[in-house]
Design a protein around this ligand. Structure first.
Ligand SMILES: [Zn+2]
Length: 847
């Protein structure tokens, strides 16, 4: 058993050295002496079976007591907050530095046995007085210190050489590397990384031409251990440096990992352009460096970067540093705080836990098996929506203090509850955990029934959150009575970073939304014209013939897209429409329509071999895309064309039209995600067009024919999307952040208006108004909503329960009307000048 003393064991190098010894402390007797007392670290050291002594190296008695029978002393203690340039030095501080260094070291020399090995860090700074640039200085070069730190280290070297003891001196380059020790942030590499992590400015004096010898922190600690073990090395000095670089080199590495920083070169003269130490001797002894400058800088910048964890409640984290081989996979989760209790929790599929919050603690749960839906809500902010997220095995879920949370187990699940601080069950309800039931069994069943865990397009199970609009009612299901109960579902958009598809977190049963559909496309003149133009174009482009060509429209509504063909004497047309009322209406108007969802079973009754298949605004509405695509391809003949129109995700993202998001729209498409989707069917997307419907849509053309040439439009739009960042999660995240900002602004502005108005009236109750009002949390700020569609009158907007009335029911003329159907703002304003003085577009309240 060796007796080892580490002085300054709580310091920058000491901390790392103690970590290394934590594996040896069960065999060797290790004592750590430091004049600081950092509770966490002391506790850690004692848990490593090391002895911690709070004391100073100037205390002769204390040093004698612990060093007299030591076999090894790692003498790391000393003042490290030292001036680096002459102008910063002051006499009193200099004196203290020298006193600690010289007297402290002498105390140790005087205490230890003759065969005790003392290992001392010296510094490259002992050469600071060198006038000329000198590279690869060897160990036998005469020292030239100027300031107190260098002088005292040079003096320590002399003390040891003259002591007759067994010493090792390591002349360290400038040490760099991540640490929690704040005193070492003034070292150039660490300082540059810190500045870079805050997007700052790096000033390069004299153009950053000075050379520096640098060495990684953990390699320094390793080298102390290496020297302790090497019995054949005694009474020697070694340079311990790894990288010889210029200051500018370091700055450029920082810039590589954070391009946002600015480098500013100044042209002033510096006294000398630096020097470097040779590391040839230590390498010859067999020491190997394991760490590198590039990696260390990257680590520091990353760890110190601003991470916006507060704003998003949703926080699921994947492991990092994956190591995969034939045995399996390792991934790591780094925690920012010490954990002193781990709960191992097994839960059965279909059960619920939590329904509580922690007033002080952040909760971290690492899932090792299974899966959950987690529901949470910020209880400090009364307006905050309820949010859901999925946590899969291998992920860690982090919940902030004062956020109510509940876990619904979708599989048999095991997780580790990682806790700092005590957690006794007597404490339940007092300081640690407060009961807060906000998810009941009905809600659990609803979520278990409709949650969508995997990407509908590619099957990826790790979807990322774009935006949460809270729990919302089905947008088109207006209430007949105010007291009527409404089912609420999460309305949240997720992003798949494998195929770039966006979809909702839940899939509501289509029968609840589409079986009786109030929306008839033909009511809109804009739509009628759109499909008339489209039919002419397709007839020309694909040389369609009235008697021969067979045209199918999927989700044909009341037949609006087929009617223009019938009007041009096309005989073979068929609509497929799941809404009974719409199919009936179409058939009544002599547009042959099958009342059915597009399924493998249902198409058995249909003649195949179509020349043209249209699918407008249905691709967003499908929970089972695979079946829909397969059916469409089966119905098509070999030379035919499928034409799909979808609301275009690029417009939603660019124009911030988040109110296009509602439960009927399961999917949100870009050309990129459509191409990825159709890849597996071996069909070609051969043409793409941007069109105007629904605030910006995309039309794509698909062919089975391998010989079909791909039009330039595909590449053009695809490139545009890539440039916009459609494949980058950041783009979506930014969209989400902007939408949350809109919510804050609209609510603030509407409350301001409300204070001035006795009566505040809304105009228009389309689906998008349901989404927006529920998301904003606008309820009694608006007294009622005027709506021109008679079918919607005398009903209530679901969720927020605002009454909808017809214009002629207004008893008192409102002075101010907020137009909720914002896309018709100009028309509404023009046609209603008699009912109010002022019309405000809700879109104008977003800023
Ligand atoms: Zn996907």
């Amino acid at each position: 058993m060796k007796k080892i003393v580490i002085t300054g064991g709580l310091g920058y190098i000491g901390t790392e050295l103690c970590k290394i010894y934590s594996g040896y402390s069960w065999n060797d007797k290790i004592t750590v002496i430091d004049n600081r007392f950092i509770s966490e670290r002391v506790n850690q050291i004692r848990n490593w079976n090391m002895n911690f002594v709070h004391g100073d190296i100037l205390d002769k008695e204390l040093i004698r007591k612990y060093c007299k029978d030591a076999d090894i002393v790692h003498h790391l203690a000393g003042i490290t907050a030292v001036p680096r340039v002459k102008s910063e030095a002051n006499a009193e501080h200099e004196k203290k530095i020298e006193e600690v260094a010289i007297e402290g070291t002498q105390n140790i020399i005087d205490s230890i046995k003759d065969d005790c090995k003392i290992i001392l860090p010296s510094t490259h700074v002992v050469y600071e007085g060198m006038q000329d640039v000198k590279k690869n200085i060897l160990e036998n070069e005469d020292t030239l210190p100027v300031l107190a730190y260098g002088k005292s280290k040079a003096f320590n070297e002399k003390q040891l050489k003259e002591s007759g003891k067994n010493f090792i001196i390591l002349r360290l380059g400038s040490v760099y590397g991540y640490s929690t020790d704040t005193t070492r942030l003034d070292i150039m590499t660490n300082l540059f990384s810190k500045i870079s992590s805050q997007d700052g400015l790096l000033k390069l004096y004299a153009g950053g031409r000075q050379i520096k010898s640098l060495v990684p922190l953990i390699d320094v600690a390793r080298c102390f251990k290496f020297m302790e073990e090497k019995e054949d090395i005694s009474s020697e000095i070694f340079n311990l440096t790894k990288d010889t670089v210029t200051v500018k080199d370091v700055a450029e590495i920082c810039k590589k990992y954070n391009p946002k920083i600015e480098l500013k070169e100044t042209n002033d003269e510096v006294p000398n352009l630096g020097f470097s130490l040779s590391n040839e001797k230590i390498l010859k002894k067999g020491f190997k460096f394991l760490y590198g400058l590039d990696e260390s800088i990257k680590e520091m910048i990353f760890k110190w970067s601003k991470q916006d964890l507060i704003k998003d409640l949703e926080h699921v984290r994947d492991g990092t540093d994956e190591f995969i081989d034939e045995r399996g996979k390792i991934s790591n989760h780094e925690l920012t705080e010490p954990i002193n209790m781990i709960g191992l929790i097994d839960s059965k599929k279909g059960t619920i836990r939590a329904n509580h919050y922690h007033p002080q603690q952040e909760q971290k749960c690492l899932f090792t098996k299974g899966q959950i839906i987690e529901i949470f809500q910020d209880i400090l902010n009364p307006n905050s929506p309820k949010i859901t997220q999925v946590v899969n095995e291998g992920q860690i879920s982090i919940i902030k203090p004062n956020v109510a949370h509940t876990m619904v187990f979708t599989k048999d699940t095991t997780f580790l509850n990682l806790v700092r601080g005590e957690r006794e069950h007597e404490n339940y309800g007092v300081t640690h955990t407060i009961k807060h039931t906000f998810v009941d069994e009905d809600e659990r069943d609803l979520l278990l029934g409709c949650y969508k865990f995997d990407c509908r397009s590619c099957g990826n199970t790790k979807l990322k959150r774009v935006l949460s609009l809270g729990y919302q009612p089905l947008a088109n299901n207006l209430l007949k009575k105010k007291s009527e109960k409404t089912e609420l579902y999460p309305l949240e958009m997720n992003y798949c970073d494998k195929c770039h598809n966006c979809q909702l977190s839940v899939a509501v049963d289509p029968k609840k939304m589409f079986s009786n559909y109030l929306y008839t496309s033909s009511t809109s003149k804009v739509f009628r014209n759109h499909f008339i133009e489209a039919s002419k174009k397709y007839i020309k482009d694909f040389k369609l013939k009235p008697k021969k060509s067979y045209i199918i429209d999927i989700g044909s509504n009341d037949g609006v897209a087929l009617k223009p063909f019938i009007d041009l004497n096309f005989k073979k047309v068929l609509g497929i429409e799941p809404a009974k009322n719409l199919a009936k209406l179409a058939n009544k108007n002599k547009i042959k329509t099958l009342n059915a969802f597009l399924t493998e079973k249902n198409i058995k009754k249909i003649k195949k071999n179509a020349d043209l298949i249209l699918a407008s605004n249905v691709f967003a509405h499908s929970d089972n895309l695979d079946e829909m695509a397969t059916c469409m391809i089966k119905l098509l003949n070999e030379t035919g064309t499928i034409i799909i129109e979808v609301q275009y995700l690029m417009n939603t993202l660019k124009d911030l039209t988040f109110d296009n998001i509602y439960h009927e729209h399961y999917n949100y498409w870009s050309l990129t995600s459509l191409i990825n989707f159709f890849k597996k069917y071996k069909v070609k997307v051969f043409k793409a067009e941007k069109i105007n419907t629904h605030g910006g849509s995309l039309r794509i053309y698909i062919s089975k024919n391998k010989k079909t040439k791909i039009d330039q439009s595909v590449k053009k739009i695809f490139n545009e999307e890539e440039k916009f960042g459609i494949k980058n999660y950041k783009t979506y995240k930014l969209f989400g952040e902007k939408v949350y900002k809109i919510r804050d602004n609209v609510l603030k502005n509407i409350n301001k208006i409300r204070q001035k108005e006795k009566v505040l009236v809304g105009y228009g109750a389309p689906a998008k108004a349901t989404t927006a009002l529920n998301f904003f949390g606008i309820t009694n700020q608006i007294d009622y909503i005027i709506e021109d569609n008679k079918l919607k009158n005398n009903k209530f907007v679901p969720g927020v329960k605002i009454p909808i009335i017809s214009k002629d029911k207004i008893t008192r003329k409102p002075s101010c009307v907020i137009v909720l159907a914002w896309n018709f703002f100009e028309d509404i304003k023009k046609n209603n000048s008699s009912i109010a003085q002022k019309f405000i577009n809700i879109k104008d309240l977003e800023n």
